[in-house]
Write a protein that binds this ligand. Structure first.
Ligand code: NAP
Length: 300
């Protein structure tokens, strides 16, 4: 579908894209850039790319599709670095978890005749780095595209077809709406997970070894989310501040209501709320976004 695809950033998302692009034969050639010599050496060793470049601008030379797979806080600098070498008519997209600031940071650097179509695959794991990727990551997951109001329709359709070939379902959204939806479905849940893990760590009456030993009681599922990459998540919260604060405000109000129900022994309120949240879980399983296997499919 593309003669040459350039991937800037070869961590979990970048390397998964390399695997699926190869599996589906979507590029004549894949070039890549990563910041560290170590990642560049690994990318070549495991065959993620055909050619790797220390200089991001050299990696995008002649590319029809350029995919920016770096933390959102680094995207503006990367866009500036590649801007002088982008081919006329090239499509530039990204996979960043926040869209409004990413559009703000990329747009000024793109020359006329280069098409920006921001994107965000709703797929990931708590692992990072070039060896963490796998070709099935995007299978049956949603990819949100946030085309700009003055964007080229044919280009957006081409990128939609690309993500569908990668196994994703595609939905279009307006940038600000994307950031609000992701604040509730991803960003605030991560903040809650990071917070509860550290609350447990700071508890003086329960030892660290007890927290780990008895973690299967629920805590360990938060630790999986809280093991996610610190750079990526720092950048998410620095860049989606308003939507996260809006959702956190609502979360705090709801938590206060729960706290009150626990204090006053309001069993009806607790039961009703727990029953309704169980239905949400059922909906996620029915939509094929998780497995029905007990304990997320793990045996221990
Ligand atoms: P990752 O595994 O940590 O990989 C990040 C890549 O970006 C690495 O190749 C890293 O290079 C490079 N990089 C980091 N800082 C850089 C900088 N300042 N300049 C140039 N390159 C830099 O991260 P990831 O999980 O693939 O995430 C990449 C993007 O995908 C982020 O924008 C994230 O928001 C988005 N995303 C992540 C997930 C998820 O669950 N992980 C899901 C959807 C979208 P080195 O290896 O050389 O350090």
């Amino acid at each position: 579908m593309f003669d040459k695809i350039a991937l800037i950033g070869l961590g979990l998302i970048g390397s998964s894209l390399c695997h699926v692009i190869r599996r589906e034969g979507r590029a004549g050639k894949i070039t890549g850039h990563a910041r560290s010599a170590e990642t560049r050496a690994t990318a070549l060793k495991i065959g993620l790319v055909d050619e790797i470049f220390e200089d991001a601008a050299a990696a995008v030379d002649g590319a029809d599709l350029v995919i920016l797979c770096v933390p959102v806080g680094a995207i503006g600098t990367v866009a500036e670095a590649i801007s002088g070498n982008l081919k006329a008519g090239a499509i530039v997209t990204d996979v960043g978890s926040v869209k409004e600031t990413v559009v703000r940071d990329i747009s000024p650097h793109l020359p006329d005749g280069v098409h920006l179509v921001p994107g965000h695959p709703i797929a990931g794991t708590e692992h990072s780095g070039p060896e963490s990727g796998f070709s099935e990551l995007f299978e049956n997951r949603w990819c949100i595209l946030t085309p700009l109001p003055d964007g080229d329709e044919a280009t957006t359709q081409k990128l939609e077809a690309f993500w569908i070939a990668c196994g994703s379902n595609v939905e279009r959204m307006e940038v600000a709406h994307h950031d609000l939806v992701l604040a509730i479905t991803s960003h605030v849940p991560h903040l809650i997970a990071y917070n509860i893990v550290m609350t447990a760590k700071h508890l003086e009456d329960v030892t660290d070894s007890e927290v780990i030993k008895f973690s299967a009681a629920g805590f360990r599922d938060f630790t999986r989310i809280a093991a996610s990459d610190p750079t990526m998540w720092r950048d998410v919260f620095l860049n989606n501040k308003h939507a996260v604060l809006e959702i956190l405000g609502r979360f705090s109000e709801d938590l206060a209501a729960l706290q009150r129900a626990v204090r006053w022994g309001d069993g009806d309120m607790l039961f009703d709320l727990f029953a309704r949240s169980r239905a949400v879980r059922r909906g996620i399983v029915e939509a094929g976004q998780d497995t029905d296997a007990p304990d997320f499919g793990r045996r221990s």
